[in-house]
Design a protein around this ligand. Structure first.
Ligand code: DGL
Length: 269
């Protein structure tokens, strides 16, 4: 049997739970150690330097906790702190980010000239990383991006099944910037929680790219190549959640995604 060490997954808050869920669905035998930096969210409004400081501290903690791979389940951190995280973690532990696998997916799946929309936090859009990576990998993808900064905070507050995210999205989409797109990247891990509200504003043929599943597939390939994938385990507690500030919102969202079969604790780094 391969390594039973956990997979470390982190985000500023609940958004990375969409990625943790996709990992758990694809790799149900793996243990996950999730860290939500709820004391410091939103990352999307922070400077690259501060995002790097918070992200490297979490990565160090996950490595010390014995994680065999780190998933940066936050686009703002993936776009602004990836090199710093990789340097912190060292060469023996793979780091999987949110941007690279999605860009690869697009470069393989857009056979002809296509227009792709991107929404994300200010920090993600301002970094320009999706643009640069797509330019390097695929000449026929045109990326049209827009920062939607209010959205993650509304979702973090628990507004994901009601009219509030729809109203926020209505306002952001009212300029018709995305009227000709073929697909859209939800470039913030909070956004899959309001996927239906995004779909409501786009023509029915527009593909909403499933970043959490694409990232989970990438993790699967990396663990398989390393011989570190767990295919069978009788570990009882596979889902361990840590947050820097144990809020009611986080408790509610963790249970919304995973039921009661999890441990949840506050850890101050
Ligand atoms: N979920 C995060 C992302 O993917 C960050 C949201 C925030 O903290 O601003 O960018």
């Amino acid at each position: 049997m391969s390594s039973l060490r956990p997979i470390g997954v982190f985000d500023s808050g609940i958004g990375g739970l969409t990625v943790a869920r996709a990992i758990h669905d694809l790799l149900p035998e793996e243990s996950i150690l999730y860290f939500g930096d709820t004391a410091h969210l939103p990352y999307g409004e922070k400077s690259p330097e501060l995002i790097q400081r918070y992200s490297t501290r979490i990565a160090r903690h996950l490595v010390k906790s014995g994680c065999k791979a780190i998933v940066v389940a936050c686009n703002s951190a993936s776009s602004n702190a990836l090199q710093a995280i990789i340097s912190e973690v060292g060469p023996n532990i793979p780091v999987i980010d949110m941007v690279t696998p999605v860009v690869k997916y697009l470069s393989h799946n857009c056979a002809h000239a296509c227009q792709v929309g991107l929404i994300g936090t200010r920090a993600t859009i301002a970094s320009g990383l999706y643009h640069r990576c797509l330019k390097d990998l695929s000449s026929h993808v045109e990326l049209i991006s827009k920062a939607t900064p209010l959205l993650a905070s509304a979702i973090e507050e628990g507004f994901f099944n009601d009219s509030i995210p729809q109203a926020v999205l209505d306002a952001y989409f009212s300029d018709n910037l995305f009227k000709d797109i073929d697909s859209i990247i939800l470039g913030c891990t909070h956004y899959p929680l309001v996927k239906d509200a995004v779909k409501n504003l786009l023509p029915s043929g527009v593909e909403v790219i499933d970043s959490p599943s694409i990232v989970a597939e990438q993790l699967n390939s990396v663990l398989t190549a390393m011989g570190e994938k767990v295919t069978e385990s009788n570990l009882k507690e596979k889902l361990h959640f840590q947050v820097s500030d144990l809020t009611e919102n986080f408790k509610f969202s963790a249970r919304h995604f995973f039921g009661d079969d999890l441990t949840l604790e506050e850890v101050v780094l």
